[in-house]
Write a protein that binds this ligand. Structure first.
Ligand code: PA5
Length: 449
């Protein structure tokens, strides 16, 4: 099970302090499971692993096999919760640079992500990489109206149709969207595209264990059975309200206590490059869930040891308004022993023969000690390895912790009203019909009226 190590946070938050939150956590646990919390329409994630395993994943495996047959490259088109989980698990489970490896090693097509920005060069560069390859698209959007994926899908679909014709393109486009309401659902039905459903009761950032994450992961050769079993282990292990037995609630309680003591930022630190996208998933989960009503910890991330040579200075000696949560992976890969070389004056001969992971561990422990001594409380969350099972456990762990954290903070962790503000302005500036007045007002503010 996911391990929570509070050794380097004890001074900042003694055990008695987080234990005081037990009655609140117990109440939150009861209300979560009874569906009596704000945003209760979006609690489907709570039992998603057991529900999905019981329903079976054969249709997803069949679709994944078809994509593997059809494609040299799969492009996953989505933004926010509609791509971050898939990307996180993909990079967690597969070797770094997986797209450059021979297909026999990778197990599935190359995988690319689009629709998560509005950059023309970004999209054009992707089209250049796709040229000459057999391409499949998995377009993912619960609402079906999100601008970024809709724009990318227009471009990619047109590109695909120009190369293989409209009929073949329809065979190569897989749609993941809501069951009945969204615009993408209507389009998919009109075009006869193959679809998977995002359950109504699961919000975007909690959707990695739905077809949103499962289809691209299965197509890429990741075991979604293992992923779901890992999440299911967590679902069972974390079904208790007791802080001493439930590391997800303990993590929520400690970060809440740190926040009350003036910490404004939580820095998620990791030492494996393969966890970079996992940190992006985590940032969205906590940022959208907690940052509202003028409240919340700001979720940031640091890739160590890279960022020890940039952010490290700030973490050690800058404003004391942050704490760190370090993710560790016991066995991240194969051993790599440092060779002994004579005649090189790099001063490293004393560690020749040591495994590089051991060296990395010493760097991590040294950093935790230094940062804790410098006034940055350090939490550590540990998992066994880079298997699909472990990342499945961690997904569920953080989802539950995030829900409990948001509820402890007194916000609705399942909505994201704040993301509308930029969209309204953008639609007005783009000249969307119905936004004429807003457009005129914005242009005046910008001195263009
Ligand atoms: O968590 C969320 O709900 C959001 O991040 C959405 O996932 C994101 O905005 C994409 O929305 P959609 O799937 O409707 O395109």
């Amino acid at each position: 099970m996911v391990e929570l190590d509070l050794r380097f946070a004890q001074q900042a938050v003694p055990e008695a302090e987080w234990r005081q939150l037990q009655p609140f956590v117990s109440d939150i646990h009861r209300r979560l499971h009874a569906g009596e919390v704000p945003g209760a329409d979006f609690l489907g994630w709570l039992h998603l692993p057991s529900r999905t395993l019981a329903d079976g994943i054969q249709p997803l495996l069949d679709a994944a096999a078809a994509i593997q047959e059809q494609a040299d490259a799969l492009v996953v088109v989505g933004i926010g919760g509609s791509y971050l989980g898939a990307r996180a698990a993909l990079e967690w489970c597969l070797p770094e640079y997986f797209n450059q490896l021979p297909r026999s090693v990778r197990g599935g097509p190359e995988v690319y992500f689009a629709g998560n920005h509005l950059s023309a060069p970004g999209l054009q560069d992707l089209l250049r990489v796709l040229e000459g390859k057999r391409v499949c698209l998995n377009v993912i959007s619960k609402s079906g109206t999100t601008t970024e994926p809709a724009v990318a899908f227009r471009v990619l679909r047109t590109w695909l149709e120009e190369r293989v014709g409209a009929q073949e393109a329809r065979r190569r486009i897989w749609v993941t969207t809501d069951a009945s309401r969204g615009a993408l659902r209507r389009f998919a039905e009109a075009e006869g595209l193959r679809t998977f459903v995002i359950p109504d009761d699961v919000g975007g950032r909690y959707s990695v264990l739905t077809p949103v994450g499962l289809l691209p992961l299965a197509a890429a050769g990741v075991s979604i059975q293992d992923l779901l079993e890992g999440a299911h282990d967590a679902e069972e292990a974390l079904a208790t309200d007791r802080l001493e037995d439930n590391p997800a609630y303990r993590y929520a309680a400690v970060r809440n206590a740190l926040h009350r003591k003036g910490k404004a930022i939580e820095l998620l630190a990791f030492y494996e490059p393969a966890l970079r996208s996992f940190a992006e998933w985590w940032k969205q989960l906590f940022g959208e869930s907690e940052g509202k009503d003028l409240k919340g910890l700001f979720p940031a991330s640091a890739a160590y040891t890279t960022d020890l040579h940039s952010l490290g200075q700030f973490v050690q000696e800058g404003a004391r308004n942050l704490f760190e949560t370090v993710i560790t992976v016991d066995r991240a890969g194969e051993p790599l022993s440092l060779p002994s070389i004579s005649g090189v004056e790099d001063g490293l001969e004393y560690i020749a023969g040591r495994d590089l992971s051991w060296v990395g561990d010493q760097a991590r422990i040294a950093t935790q000690l230094a940062h804790a001594d410098g006034g940055v409380p350090n939490l550590r969350i540990g998992v066994k390895d880079r298997s699909a099972r472990s990342v499945g456990e961690l997904f569920y762990f953080f989802e539950l912790a995030c829900a409990a954290s948001g509820l402890l903070l007194g916000v609705n962790p399942f909505n994201q009203p704040g993301v509308e503000a930029y969209k309204q302005n953008m639609f007005a500036l783009l000249g969307k019909p119905g936004y004429e007045e807003a457009r005129a007002a914005l242009r005046e503010r910008l001195g263009e009226g």
